[in-house]
Design a protein around this ligand. Structure first.
Ligand code: CMC
Length: 393
């Protein structure tokens, strides 16, 4: 079996080669298929980036129209899914609902369970995922607040349709604010892929057993949920609110984060790979300023975030450990300004990460990668004789 090296958290273990996303943690570079994230965030749209990640190149006009049309055709979900949704207590966390609804697609499209499906059939699953994700995300929210669900409006673009399903109420007129829709689109681009992170590795490892793409993506959503991963965006706002409620003493919270006997960590700070800065955080910080100004929103929590960032960046503990704000530090502030409730933040992260998960699943299958199966070094009892229960002391 050879020598087994233990690397908890896979800090130095590569699991695959990949041609999707390039990341240089020292220089703070992030590229999708060779394109800098800064340029994509400024010039592209989320669906164009989704196409780029999944199919490898930016689409031509014709390819893009076809892709968008196909997605629009599949935004509706089976009516029986409403029964599943109704089975969840209202106030269920929308991440649990989202992963369940995505996994339920295996029941509505059982042909997805066949690992020998051809490229066209797999492609249809990909389109369905991209098309139905915003519907599920908005419905998970509606369930939480106990409102009736809205059906997709296919006359709208991807983000505007999502916002309308999320916020429109039957008795009121609802017009999507283009500033809000554009800001959301940019945030989704920034989250669209990040190579072999926890949720993506989960998607690849589940998919490596030849499980359905829906089951694999559902597993990725669950991995994303945790506060050390995508759940950090919710945790950041909760932390900033706690600081505010406590009187705004940022130093007190910095000291707590530094105290090794206290489990508290500064949420939105630190990254496994970025040891200099997170290029996404830079873009989001600027976007947060812009969006708040455009929408005329004043959020005292933004001031606390800036103060905390400044204090941490000038604190020896954080400097020595190369801890910088990550993508989640400022994204929650924009989501709040857009009117998105706190426990939907990670759902939006999942919506953004979906094309990355799909691209990585597809690459893994195309490469014919073997089933993921890490090894271990056993440290338990060596060899024991069974003692019947009445003789155990
Ligand atoms: N606050 C206080 N100390 C920290 C923090 C933090 N946020 N992050 C790392 N450290 C310390 C850690 O205690 C350790 O100190 P020491 O060397 O004295 O034991 C050192 O820095 C190295 O940390 P680590 O835990 O070994 O690093 P990691 O690569 O295993 O963890 C991380 C990376 C992102 C899980 C971690 O930095 C963290 O928990 N951050 C807060 C949660 C967060 O913001 N997560 C979002 C990550 S970015 C988006 C995403 O992945 O979804």
């Amino acid at each position: 079996t050879g020598l087994i090296t233990i690397d908890p958290g896979f800090k130095n273990t590569g699991s695959t080669t990949s041609s999707i996303t390039f990341l240089d943690g020292e220089l703070g570079v992030l590229r999708y298929r060779g394109y800098n994230i800064e340029e994509l965030a400024e010039k592209s749209t989320f669906l164009e980036v989704a196409y780029l990640l999944i199919y490898g190149d930016l689409p031509t006009q014709h390819q893009f129209e076809k892709f968008t049309r196909e997605i629009t055709t599949h935004t509706l979900v089976h009516e029986d899914i409403k029964k599943i949704l109704d089975g969840f207590p209202s106030n269920s966390h929308p991440m649990g609902v989202l992963s369940s609804l995505i996994c339920s697609l295996t029941a509505f499209y059982p042909e997805s369970l066949d690992p020998t499906r051809n490229e066209d059939a797999v492609n249809l699953s990909i389109i369905r995922l991209l098309a139905k994700m915003p519907t599920f995300a908005a419905w998970a929210f509606k369930n939480e607040v106990g409102h009736p669900v809205n059906y997709p409006d296919n006359s709208l673009d991807y983000c505007s349709n999502f916002l309308k399903m999320m916020f429109a109420l039957p008795a009121e007129k609802y017009d999507v604010d283009p500033i809000v829709s554009k800001a959301l689109d940019q945030l989704l681009i920034l989250h669209a892929d990040h190579e072999q992170n926890c949720s993506t590795s989960t998607v690849r490892i589940v998919g490596s057993s030849q499980a359905s793409i829906y089951a694999s993506i559902s597993a990725g959503i669950n991995a994303l949920w945790g506060p050390l991963h995508g759940g950090a965006n919710q945790a950041v706002i909760e932390m900033l609110e706690a600081i505010k409620a406590d009187g705004g003493d940022t130093k007190k919270f910095l000291d707590k984060a530094k105290d090794k006997n206290d489990p508290f960590r500064l949420m939105g700070f630190g990254h496994r790979v970025y040891k200099n800065f997170d290029p996404r955080a830079k873009i989001i910080k600027k976007a947060a300023d812009d969006v708040l100004a455009k929408l005329g929103v004043k959020d005292p929590v933004l001031e606390i975030a800036k103060e905390l960032e400044y204090a941490a960046l000038n604190d020896q503990y954080f400097v020595e450990r190369n801890l910088y704000p990550n993508v989640d530090f400022y994204s929650g502030i924009i989501y709040r300004a857009l009117g998105i409730p706190t426990d939907m933040f990670t759902v939006l992260f999942a919506m953004g990460r979906l094309p990355g998960w799909i691209a990585q699943w597809k690459e893994m299958r195309q490469n014919g990668e073997p089933i993921g199966r890490p090894r271990q070094i056993y440290t338990g009892a060596v060899d024991r004789n069974y003692v019947s229960m009445n003789k155990r002391g």
